[in-house]
Design a protein around this ligand. Structure first.
Ligand SMILES: [Fe+2]
Length: 183
């Protein structure tokens, strides 16, 4: 299976080992009306550069797994979901947006309370995506560019997911068995 690519991505190529794309594609499993990219060099750099901040804020030593980015388009919405184990500790970073009003992310706490968080460009939210269901209502702005940085606890149950099973950061996504949706 090969991800569909959008018209601007003339240099898209399928990895012979399976599915991967480092270019903008449109068949995101969590969102309709969005472009996405797995492990772009710029977001992989953010993943490394911001890890000390995430470690400090969570009080936990971490290992990087992968980065992801999306360009949300008008009408985009994020299905209510929890994330896969490679996203034990996650950060969502607002990079840029063109919208008249902030577009909130909703998270459900352990006691069933809904928490609403609106990020402006430059803001980062750290969250436990495996534990807290999260979602967005339909977007009525023009576009929003968001980066997602994912980590596992260095001494935790999912430490084997370092680099998301890849040999190194920046490498294409490796598919193992049933495909897990990205966060
Ligand atoms: Fe998610």
């Amino acid at each position: 299976m090969v991800a569909k690519c959008v018209a601007i991505d003339a240099n898209f190529a399928a990895d012979p080992r399976g599915v991967t794309t480092r270019y903008l594609a449109t068949d995101d499993k969590q969102v309709e009306k969005a472009y996405f990219a797995y492990g772009l060099p710029a977001t992989e750099a953010l993943l490394t550069m911001l890890m000390p901040t995430v470690e400090k804020e969570t009080g936990t030593e971490l290992l990087p797994t992968y980065s992801y980015s999306r360009v949300y388009l008008p009408g985009a919405w994020l299905k209510k979901h929890t994330d896969r184990p490679a996203c034990e500790v996650s950060a969502t970073v607002a990079l840029a947006q063109k919208t008249d009003k902030a577009w909130p992310l909703f998270l459900e706490s352990k006691d069933g309370q809904t928490v609403e968080v609106a990020l402006s460009p430059g803001d980062m939210l750290i969250y436990a995506g495996m534990e807290m269901p999260h979602w967005r209502d339909p977007f009525d702005g023009q576009w929003q560019l968001q980066a997602f940085l994912h980590y596992v606890r260095k001494n935790g149950l999912y430490a084997d997911r370092k680099y998301d099973f890849r040999p190194r950061l920046g490498a294409p996504k490796i598919i193992k068995g049933a495909q897990e949706a990205d966060a």
